[in-house]
Design a protein around this ligand. Structure first.
Ligand code: THU
Length: 135
């Protein structure tokens, strides 16, 4: 899919809501769903998966990037995350880093303040390019 093509945000929202319905969130009772459009036109998604050892909880974005890699890999063009009510949810800091790794240039994030770029939601990010500096 061409980078310039418009993003079907309604389809991403629907995929995020569908993913959210699979959430395993018995402890927080805060289901989350995330969906993203890949550069080759796939939609990948994920839900949060909690654990009795609370700190081991997988955020929805974590499951999403696992699904990305397992279904052909590639880079993300657009991202949408929802809470249990279907409202837009901002990705947590750790998940911004997870998404940053797999961002396409100018990846768009649907935020509570409109569409932003990945670089806007994680400015001055640490990324794969920094690892090269010490080699
Ligand atoms: N959560 C996510 O899945 N993604 C985020 O970006 C924020 C938080 C989940 C983790 C936990 O299961 C629940 O939301 C409450 O923090």
């Amino acid at each position: 899919m061409d980078q310039a093509q418009t993003v079907d945000w309604a389809a991403l929202e629907a995929a995020a809501v569908a993913a959210m319905k699979n959430a395993y969130a018995p402890y927080s009772k805060f289901p989350v769903g995330a969906a993203a459009l890949t550069r080759d036109g796939r939609i990948v998604s994920g839900c949060n998966v909690e654990n009795a050892s609370y700190g081991l909880t997988l955020c929805a974005e974590c499951v999403l990037v696992g699904n990305l890699q397992m279904t052909g890999g590639g880079l993300l063009r657009a991202f949408y995350c929802v809470d249990g009510a279907g409202n837009i949810l901002m990705p947590c800091g750790r998940c911004r880093q997870l998404l940053y790794e797999f961002r396409a240039p100018d990846m768009q994030v649907r935020t509570t303040q409109g569409i932003k770029t990945m670089d806007q939601v994680l400015p001055d990010a640490f990324g794969p390019e920094h690892l090269k500096e010490t080699r």
